[in-house]
Design a protein around this ligand. Structure first.
Ligand SMILES: C[S@@+](CC[C@H](N)C(=O)[O-])C[C@H]1O[C@@H](n2cnc3c(N)ncnc32)[C@H](O)[C@@H]1O
Length: 327
């Protein structure tokens, strides 16, 4: 149990509290999937009317409502059932539920053998709805961080966005840097769907494998955003060497990721999230979060010894690491 014990739960063993927490979380997801929270957006409903609206069995809906009342998501009084707390952004909750209850399903095997059994991207590829959710989450995260990132990055006319996905960060950067041109480099199955609002005269898509394919040359800025956490240290060092060689003499690399050592004082939820994320990365990609001190050392090995770390106000668990050659 990572959270402080709720008042009144003193003496209840931690695994029991965790089991109850899992039940509350699972019930909340059932509420989201069944449309309970959407149905209640217009105002209170009786249990019977709620059951009719979402197309559920009245007894089942009553029992679910009871659980959701117990866990603080709903209120039930003489006016009917109302929402007491929003269940959070639907995409993020549904995505993490799928990760924890479906993707982690064979995690014991993976840990026993040391070999990821199911790659994250093949798993995602088989689930278009999950992939669409993750895509919206990436786009939202890029928009949230865009002002801070654009303010921190050095001037650049040409950018290579390695593992740039659908071009979310590149599109946001282009909006804030009118003179910039960018190439988004990603796997063929991803890059077929570059964002529709990517300006075609300024953003080019390149399909390939960044671990093996040529990364070009003369780039003013190379972005590695949420990429290195998918790889083991040896792969990161190799990729950073190749990315550094693809820079112009005055070019820089910018890394955006989660630091394995989060800032102090963020509390147990931050450590809990980072642990969950790290295990998920290892389960699917054999990767994991890296210490920023290690990333800086690997950049130094690649000749980029001038490094600075920029915290991001919109996301305290993520940081930018910008590195260039000494002038
Ligand atoms: C976590 S996503 C990050 C996307 C984007 N940079 C962002 O921060 O929103 C990692 C991206 O790396 C791509 N990727 C993973 N392995 C790759 C490889 N070997 N070659 C090219 N792209 C790869 C994935 O398709 C995915 O789009």
């Amino acid at each position: 149990m990572i959270m402080p014990l709720p008042e009144g739960s003193f003496g209840v063993p931690a695994p029991v509290l965790d089991r109850l927490g899992a039940a509350g979380y699972r019930a909340m997801i059932a509420g989201v999937r069944l449309g309970v929270f959407t149905a209640l957006e217009a105002g209170p409903l009786s249990v019977e009317k709620l059951a009719t609206t979402i197309g559920g069995d009245p007894a089942g809906v009553r029992s679910l409502v009871n659980v959701l009342v117990t866990f603080g998501y709903l209120r039930h009084d003489e006016d009917g059932v109302t929402t007491a707390a929003t269940p959070g952004p639907g995409d993020a909750e549904l995505f993490w539920h799928e990760v924890l209850f479906e993707y982690w399903a064979d995690i014991e095997d993976t840990i026993r053998t040391g070999t990821p059994r199911r790659g994250f991207y093949p798993w995602l590829h088989e689930r278009p709805a999950t992939a669409a959710r993750l895509r919206r989450m990436f786009a939202g995260a890029a928009a949230d961080l865009a002002d801070d990132i654009a303010a921190a990055l050095p001037p650049a006319a040409t950018v290579l966005d390695i593992g740039g996905g659908h071009g979310d960060h590149t599109v946001e950067l282009c909006r804030r840097r009118p003179d910039l041109r960018a190439t988004v480099f990603d796997l063929p199955e991803t890059i077929t769907a570059l964002r529709e609002d990517a300006p075609p005269d300024r953003v080019t898509a390149r399909a390939g494998d960044y671990l093996t394919d040529d990364l070009g040359s003369g780039h003013d800025l190379v972005l590695l955003f949420n990429v290195l956490h998918g790889h083991r240290p040896e792969e990161c060092r190799e990729l950073l060497q190749r990315a550094a060689k693809s820079l112009s003499p005055t070019g820089s690399i910018a890394i955006l990721d989660h630091d394995r050592e989060p800032p102090a004082g963020l509390g147990p939820a931050a450590a809990g999230f980072l642990g969950m994320f790290d295990l998920t990365l290892w389960q699917g990609q054999g990767g994991g979060m890296h210490r920023y001190a290690d990333l800086a050392a690997w950049l130094g090995e690649a000749g980029l010894t001038e490094t600075r770390v920029v915290p991001l106000a919109a996301s305290p668990l993520e940081k930018l690491l910008i590195a260039g050659r000494p002038s």
